[in-house]
Ligand binder design. Structure first.
Ligand SMILES: Nc1ncnc2c1ncn2[C@@H]1O[C@H](COP(=O)(O)OP(=O)(O)O)[C@@H](O)[C@H]1O
Ligand SMILES: [Mg+2]
Length: 291
């Protein structure tokens, strides 16, 4: 059985102005998975993430990392923040150092690592996020997309076991977004658990292993992408569209272009392969409705 790495148990949280942002959130994140959290603005995604790395402390309930309750004592918080890295949605919230190198080395320097180890990690993070050319630049001169990559590099240099990204592809152009997803894929293959919030249903459908849907401070649905996005009532309640791939695949099944029992395609390539298969089946007269 797979192992739970991060857990929220009955988290309730109200901001000082009286906004009840989380109303009893419980969820379990399994080690090594790719998790998407979907939900309309104001659902509580960011507030939950701030609990996951101990920036906010719940009014009720608890966070458990690697089987241990977070106690909010200094050592427990340090351990949590070393292992659970949070990349903020707005890089300007996160970036504070003068230049890119200082920004990325700050975290590892504070872990008490040797200079060589800090250098090694910084170089690795810079190379993973492909920002070699920016090393000596002041962070405030960077473009939004560049800042996003620096913010991600700063967290990667901490070598967290869980990487949390709050809307990592928001406001990026589609090429930049693809590069981020490619990078996530590489990081995940190294065993890092990835949690991200997004409004991009296509990304969540294609890429996540498991999805949580939040609304008004609560988790209103969870499951594997195929199940989540087949649940029309849930999608409506969460104000989510259906991923285009699923829409097209369901249409093709209804029309008989795809076999009813064929697995649902998760990528465009898979869909095209199934259609090529349908073509062949047609030439053998096995699929009646193929034109
Ligand atoms: N610092 C804050 N002070 C008061 N209310 C806040 C603060 N941050 C967020 N909220 C409120 O908490 C609720 C959840 O917000 P948030 O966690 O940011 O949701 P999401 O990330 O899903 O958009 C919203 O009603 C939001 O307005
Ligand atoms: Mg948010």
């Amino acid at each position: 059985m797979s192992e739970v790495i991060l857990e929220a148990l009955g988290i309730e949280f109200t901001y000082p102005d009286g906004t009840r942002a989380l109303k009893g959130v419980s969820l379990r994140i399994f080690k090594g998975k790719k998790i998407a959290i979907l939900g309309p603005n104001g659902a509580g995604k960011t507030t939950l993430f701030l609990h996951f790395n101990g920036i906010l402390r719940p009014d009720r309930g608890k966070i458990r990392f690697n089987g241990q309750d977070v106690s909010y004592k200094h050592a427990s918080l340090l351990d949590l923040r070393k292992n659970v890295g949070l990349v903020f949605q707005d890089p300007d919230t996160q970036l504070f150092a003068g230049n890119v190198f200082q920004e990325i080395s700050f975290g590892p320097l504070n872990l008490g690592l040797s200079k060589q180890e800090v250098w090694r990690r910084v170089e690795e993070a810079i190379s993973a996020t492909e920002i070699e050319g920016l090393k000596d630049k002041p962070t405030h001169f960077l473009s939004y997309g560049q800042k996003k990559r620096v913010a991600l590099a700063a967290i990667l240099a901490m070598q967290p076991r869980v990487l949390i990204c709050d809307e990592p592809t928001a406001w990026l152009d589609s090429r930049q977004a693809l590069r981020i997803v490619d990078l996530f894929q590489k990081i995940n293959q190294q065993g890092v658990t990835i949690i991200f919030s997004t409004h991009d249903v296509d990304l969540a459908y294609s890429w996540a292993d498991y999805i949580f849907i939040m609304k008004e401070g609560a988790v209103i649905g969870e499951g594997v992408p195929e199940e989540i996005f087949k649940d029309e009532a849930l999608l409506k309640e969460a104000e989510l569209n259906k991923p285009w791939l699923l829409d097209v695949a369901q249409f093709l099944k209804k029309k008989g272009y795809l076999a009813e029992r064929a697995p649902l395609p998760k990528t465009k390539e898979e869909l095209l392969r199934s259609l090529a298969g349908a073509d062949i089946a047609c030439s053998n007269n096995r699929l009646r409705a193929v034109p």
